[in-house]
Design a protein around this ligand. Structure first.
Ligand code: NAP
Length: 346
């Protein structure tokens, strides 16, 4: 058994990490860290985990540092993770950080996208972006792997086959997102009375996850226009991309490109062209699982393309990808503990 410590365990992504760790045959939770809930039973915050953690309580950071661990998951807000990453790296413990603190390679990007300079830019040279679909071999050998932005993951998975083939001239991305993206603490924008039944557009052009999309697709910022829409769902992200291709393509060529990139991926699949109502993925098709689904349609002018991808933000967009990376770092089967079938209907 590998011993794992989880920080931010009382939060939204932390709760999902706890659920995955409970179902993983090779991981043993040795500490669930929370400053505000230290001493309280885990299941008082995450009631669905009553059975799995009936005797376990949250512990404080000081105590957590005393516990021996093979790997640490950090589900902390960005800007606070790096302070925890450093001591663990010094002790030789592997780290998967779900925040943005290890995602971007260029320290200046933190000033541009997060409006603050990075507290420990030296970690960026060794951290690996934690999307196994793009960095599987580097993740296997890494000590520090970042988590992924959920909106970035949804967009990157839908677009990387096209981007890596040099097929995208311009992409307009509309991300439709669920309320769990906002974390466990309510704000005026995320509190249920204001958030429910919403169709609120926000963050035109400058959503922070665009920094990851540009970095990972190796494309210029000018190629993208990105908007976010808060949708009336709890879990799920859907990316609707309107793409202008760099050259005219036949639909059969696009199927070939997507099939080639997705063929070996255990958690990525393509929607069939028919029946038409299943051509594009609804987040409901993947919620509760680590899966990503993509569908596309080519305009008759052969130059304009609609691509739609859906994921569960708390799984493939957060805890699922984090566990997939941790499995690789520990030399385990990357699917271990992640083969849940989606819930439907939800
Ligand atoms: N929600 C998603 O869909 C999603 C998707 C992808 C990635 N992520 C990333 O995952 C991380 C956690 O997100 P979340 O949605 O789970 O947030 P959250 O619900 O607000 O939970 C974060 C937890 O971190 C702890 N914390 C806050 N400030 C801290 C600090 N300075 N030092 C130590 N602990 C601190 C808090 O617990 P205590 O105050 O009790 O310690 C809090 O419960 C974020 O970086 C986020 O970007 C989230």
């Amino acid at each position: 058994m590998y011993r794992v410590v989880l920080w931010g365990a009382n939060g939204m992504a932390g709760g999902e990490m706890l659920r995955l760790i409970a179902g993983h045959p090779d991981l043993e939770l040795v500490a669930a860290v929370s400053r505000s809930k230290a001493g309280s039973p885990i299941w008082h915050v995450h009631p669905h985990l009553r059975q799995e953690y009936s005797q376990d309580v949250f512990i404080n950071p000081e105590e957590a540092f005393q516990r021996e661990a093979d790997l640490v998951f950090l589900a902390l807000p960005h800007g606070s993770s790096w302070q925890v990453i450093l001591p663990y790296l010094e002790k030789g413990v592997k780290v998967v950080d779900l925040s943005a603190d290890a995602r971007l390679k260029d320290p200046d990007d933190y000033i541009r996208w997060y409006e603050k300079s990075h507290g420990a830019p030296e970690i960026l040279t060794e951290s690996v972006y934690g999307l196994p679909e793009l960095h599987r071999e580097e993740i296997r050998n890494a000590r520090l792997v970042s988590g992924v932005g959920c909106n970035a993951t949804c967009s990157i998975i839908g677009l990387y086959p096209l981007a890596f083939e040099g097929l995208i001239a311009e992409a307009r991305l509309d991300l439709r997102v669920g309320s769990s993206e906002g974390g466990a603490s309510p704000t005026r924008g995320s509190h249920h009375p204001y958030r429910d039944r919403t169709l609120r557009v926000y963050e035109p052009f400058r959503h922070r996850h665009l920094a990851e999309i540009i970095q990972e697709l190796k494309m210029p910022e000018q190629a993208f226009t990105m908007t976010m829409t808060a949708a009336s769902i709890v879990r799920g992200v859907q990316m609707l991309g309107q793409i202008r291709l760099t050259r005219k393509l036949r639909e059969a060529e696009l199927w070939k490109v997507y099939r080639r990139y997705f063929a070996e991926e255990p958690f990525v699949s393509l929607c069939p062209a028919k029946p038409s109502h299943l051509r594009f993925p609804d987040p409901r098709f993947v919620v509760g699982s680590n899966r990503a689904m993509t569908g596309f349609a080519l305009h008759e002018d052969s130059e304009r393309l609609i691509v739609v991808t859906a994921i569960d933000n708390l799984l493939k967009g957060a805890a699922g990808s984090a566990l997939q990376s941790a499995n690789l770092m520990l030399g385990l089967d990357e699917k271990q503990g992640l083969e849940m079938v989606p819930l439907y209907p939800v």
